[in-house]
Design a protein around this ligand. Structure first.
Ligand SMILES: NC(=O)c1ccc[n+]([C@@H]2O[C@H](COP(=O)([O-])OP(=O)(O)OC[C@H]3O[C@@H](n4cnc5c(N)ncnc54)[C@H](O)[C@@H]3O)[C@@H](O)[C@H]2O)c1
Length: 351
């Protein structure tokens, strides 16, 4: 019998890539739970949306009784928890939603999973995992050297990263106290198709094509470690199916770039494949703006544990992944228009 995975946040950027991957390349059944906030859209699911192995429910993870009913109904082999408020700038303007969804929502799911786990046969108990999908931002900021490992001390700086750190701690505690078999993964910045246009890479592509200024926070020298979303999704599937109970896995792309390098790369690829009518470079649109409050300086992941234990390595380099991403946005303006809703690309979280 084919397995069933209960995915929260499956209409978001990473969740929809995971749903598309599982529907396209396996015989797994997917139960997709998503509130469809501004960041979620069924348009991100492509043809997976029509599969008879895809069961969508528009629900809020904060609603415990509904989560309990759905878990009992579908009897999942795995729970993969991705639903979250995910944008740092929005967490600066309105942290309340981040506490509700990321902390209270995770607590609800843990309680539902704990009760459900007790009803399973010993064979199904051995396979079951509650996989919490988290971020490297929980570790705070690095100096010019060093990498985040699975044992790096937590030091979150934004309301977003503090809410994710809180949920990581809850997940760990439910393993230590109640023996719920959990795995946690902390991943670096993702990019790729279907990312909501408020995030750096799609924002810059959209603004470049619209002839608008390309806003760079501070001097553009903050460093992120970029991972192509489909590589992340493959890592997640390895972790939930083969990861050891109670373990943490860091996931990263070995692609440290300053923000200004990322923006210059986007500009030069666009200059190449979609030159501006006036012959000028898109880089002339770059505009430095006041930095984000509490802006972490540098993130970089040591991914040697997942490479060694689970044999996962990223397939895309930044150069190959960014070309695929730009190409996708050039051919999917309709998706951008459909999901953008009230978001007009203006600055958030500047306080
Ligand atoms: N994007 C990244 O670079 C990155 C990196 C590391 C980890 N993560 C983590 O991965 C997960 C997914 O990130 P993403 O970039 O796809 O986020 P996203 O914002 O694109 O998607 C989040 C999804 O969760 C849904 N959601 C929000 N609140 C909900 C609620 N209360 N109930 C049900 N659904 C709700 C939204 O509708 C949306 O579809 C998050 O937990 C995030 O912290 C993201």
């Amino acid at each position: 019998m084919s397995e069933t995975v209960f995915i929260t946040g499956g209409a978001g950027f990473i969740g929809s890539a995971l749903v598309r991957y599982l529907i396209d390349s396996s015989d797994i059944s997917v139960v997709n739970i998503d509130k469809l906030t501004y960041a979620g859209s069924l348009h991100s699911l492509g043809s997976a949306k029509h599969s008879d192995r895809h069961h969508f429910h528009r629900e809020d993870i904060v609603d415990g009784p509904t989560m309990r009913r759905l878990v009992e109904k579908y009897q999942p082999d795995y729970i993969m928890h991705l639903a979250a408020e995910s944008h740092v700038d929005r967490s600066i303007d309105g942290p309340g939603e981040f506490i509700q969804t990321n902390v209270v929502g995770t607590y609800n799911l843990l309680e539902v999973a704990r009760e459900y786990y007790e009803t399973l046969s010993s064979e199904r108990k051995a396979r079951f995992r509650f996989h919490h999908i988290s971020t490297d931002e929980v570790f705070g900021s690095l100096g010019t050297s060093g990498l985040f490992t699975e044992t790096t001390r937590y030091k979150p700086n934004s309301p977003y990263s503090a809410s994710k750190a809180s949920s990581d701690h809850l997940v760990r505690a439910w393993n230590k106290t109640y023996k719920l078999p959990v795995v946690i993964s902390n991943c670096s910045n993702n990019y790729g198709p279907y990312q909501f246009p408020e995030k750096l890479i799609p924002l810059i592509i959209q603004k470049a094509l619209a002839g608008e200024p390309l806003p760079i926070y501070g001097k553009g020298d903050n460093i992120r470690d970029w991972l192509y979303v489909d590589d992340h999704v493959k890592a997640l599937w390895q972790i939930v199916t083969r990861g050891v109970e109670g373990e943490v896995y860091n996931v990263g792309g070995h692609n440290e770039k300053t923000n200004i390098e990322v923006v210059n790369t986007i500009c030069s690829i666009l200059d190449d494949i979609k030159p501006r009518a006036d012959g000028e470079s898109y880089a002339t649109q770059i505009s430095f703006v006041t930095d984000r409050p509490g802006h972490d300086r540098r993130y970089a992941i040591d991914a040697s544990k997942i490479e060694h234990d689970l044999g996962w390595t990223p397939e895309q380099t930044f150069e190959s992944g960014i070309r695929k991403t730009i190409d996708w946005y050039l051919h999917n303006a309709e998706w951008v228009a459909k999901v953008s809703g009230d978001y007009d690309g203006s600055r958030l979280g500047s306080q």
